[in-house]
Design a protein around this ligand. Structure first.
Ligand SMILES: *Cc1c(COP(=O)(O)O)cnc(C)c1O
Length: 363
């Protein structure tokens, strides 16, 4: 009963016909893999009209050759990049849609890419355009980090499937694991057969005592997300005034909780992450170091001392050690903690001689 209630709550929040919300979904990548592999068949094609998707999607799709990828099952992939100014390449998208196109994947947040985050409004415009060319296409949105930042979700703007991780925004910091797939009944049902087994679908799967964390976390999620958002805006204001390129900037509207700061050097990225780690409630004594993390094509440094391992709604920062040496900051279960993290990052940069506070212009 609790499992059904949780899924009914997700469906009602996202205004979808159905939802699959389970602790058996290990993370966002797993949820995306389930949604894709459940709804695609050999001969089908995936289209990403918003450029290259998140790094861990490369190996799911087979953009980077990988054992078990969709490409091994004869599922092909096309990509249309955003234009230089971040706008959609409407002509490119129109000509990329063909008789094989079965699913369009739209990533709201930008991962480690240098491109604008998509507002729900822009996602809606893109979906309308795609459906005007081929109504039968499944429009799936990778909603990671976007939940509850706006008052509407991609499912309110025509998405057939929205997919995300419970150790980001919707878990509210309490969910210790899990992912969600919300959308049209037929596509969610297909996902349930892929997650468990054909014939079993949503009917099986213990909740292992986690329903309280999932539901209470969801209850807190809008407040936690608002605190994280405020921390991101604070970071943008601090680092912008120090002369670093920040994205989004200090004043523009936001559609996810991610803040990137272009520090320009590996030392800058490492120092920033050390400062965030030092502000952590757990493992603050640890020094983070870049490593070859599975799923990524460059060494990645990740700072997180979280109550839930891997949780990035908690205060965290990470970045691939490759040009232009950007760090991505997110989370903080409270605004005060996010603020402490940013100040600690600045202190570490200062201690290592990587910023000069005398350059701060008077405002
Ligand atoms: C975090 C994230 C994912 C999934 O990541 P996991 O670490 O597997 O939860 C997928 N797409 C985007 C855009 C993300 O930010």
């Amino acid at each position: 009963m609790g499992r059904d209630a949780l899924e009914a709550i997700y469906a009602s929040i996202f205004h979808t016909e159905d939802a699959l919300v389970r602790p058996q979904i290990m993370c966002g990548t797993h949820a995306l893999n389930i949604a894709l592999s459940a709804n695609l068949r050999p001969g089908d094609e995936i289209l990403s009209p918003v450029g290259k998707p998140y790094d861990t999607m490369d190996e799911i799709i087979g953009i980077r050759e990988s054992k078990g990828s969709l490409s091994e099952f004869g599922i092909t992939y096309r990509q249309v990049d955003l234009k230089e100014d971040g706008s959609f390449d409407w002509d490119g998208i129109r000509s990329a849609i063909n008789e094989k196109t079965k699913l369009v994947t739209i990533q709201r947040s930008r991962g480690y890419a240098k491109r604008p985050t998509l507002s729900v409004k822009r996602i809606g415009e893109l979906i309308s355009f795609v459906k005007s060319i081929k109504p039968s296409v499944i429009c799936m949105v990778d909603n990671c980090y976007g939940e509850f930042v706006e008052t509407i979700e991609p499912s309110d703007a025509g998405a057939d499937l929205v997919v995300g991780s419970l150790i980001k925004n919707p878990g509210g910091g309490l969910a210790p694991v899990g992912g969600y797939i919300a959308g049209k009944k037929e596509y969610v049902e297909m996902a349930s057969y892929r997650l468990s087994s054909p014939g079993l679908g949503k009917e099986v799967g213990a909740t292992l005592g986690l329903n309280q964390s999932f539901i209470q976390g969801l209850f807190l999620a809008p407040t936690v997300t608002a605190g994280a958002l405020k921390g991101a805006i604070f970071a943008a204001n601090v680092y912008e005034r120090l002369g670093f390129p920040v994205n989004p900037d200090s004043v523009e509207s936001r559609h996810d909780i991610i803040q990137s700061v272009e520090l320009g050097t590996p030392e800058g990225v490492i120092a920033f992450c050390k400062g965030i780690q030092a502000a952590a409630p757990v493992d603050s004594y640890v020094t983070p170091e870049p490593w070859d993390m599975p799923g990524y094509d460059a060494p990645v440094i990740m700072a997180a001392g979280a109550f839930v391992q891997g949780s990035s709604i908690e205060l965290s920062a990470d970045g691939p050690i490759k040009p232009p040496y950007m760090v991505f900051f997110q989370g903080g279960l409270t605004w005060y903690h996010a603020k402490l993290g940013i100040l600690k990052s600045l202190q570490t940069m200062l201690d290592e001689g990587l910023v000069n506070l005398s350059f701060v212009p008077d405002k």
